[in-house]
Write a protein that binds this ligand. Sequence first.
Ligand code: SF4
Ligand code: FES
Length: 204
Amino acid sequence: MSRILLQIDGKEVEAREGLTILEVAQNEGIVIPALCHHEKLDPYGGCRICIVEVEVRGRTKLVASCVYLVEENLFVRTRSEKIDRIRKMILELLLAHAPDSPQLLDLAQEYGADKDRFEKETSFCVHCGLCVRYCAEVKKKNAVGFVDRGIRKEISFIPKIAAKECRNCKECFSLCPTSALQAAFVLTEALFSPPRSSEVESEG
Ligand code: SF4
Ligand code: FES
């Protein structure tokens, strides 16, 4: 596979064809924030926090670095006033959903994002899709998915599959940047847990 020469933040970098800007930056120790990216999963490009500026053949544009493949003579900037402004806005919107997420709060500090800028819509899920994609692509179980659409979209375990597959797995939990996933699982677990004897007695 051929090698490509490009520049990231003024540093000349040699990369393998087929890699994304984010992967190459990570290999070089250059930090780009990424919320919906996972090295075991197909590129997704959902959260846009990994946005960078690229200049190719004299044209400059903003792209999501986790899905944009490196090209010969590409110039990449990972920080600028414009990039930071966009990341700040994305964080403020996400924090309205998950105001206590440590990962978001760390990034908010770095980008000067105000966690109270937008009215709170605390669904806790920021729709990164990591849990859904990990379960489908890595575990091949599809025990968790999205229900509804738009702002009402939320995460849901499929009780029938979760009862069989999730108790001894739970690998998706640590991927979630908020507490939404654990909360959804606890709710689902209640559906497939057998009733305790005291509950059965009191029902009778
Ligand atoms: S529950 Fe967590 S991991 Fe799953 S989509 Fe929502 S924020 Fe992402
Ligand atoms: S990490 Fe690139 S869009 Fe989310």
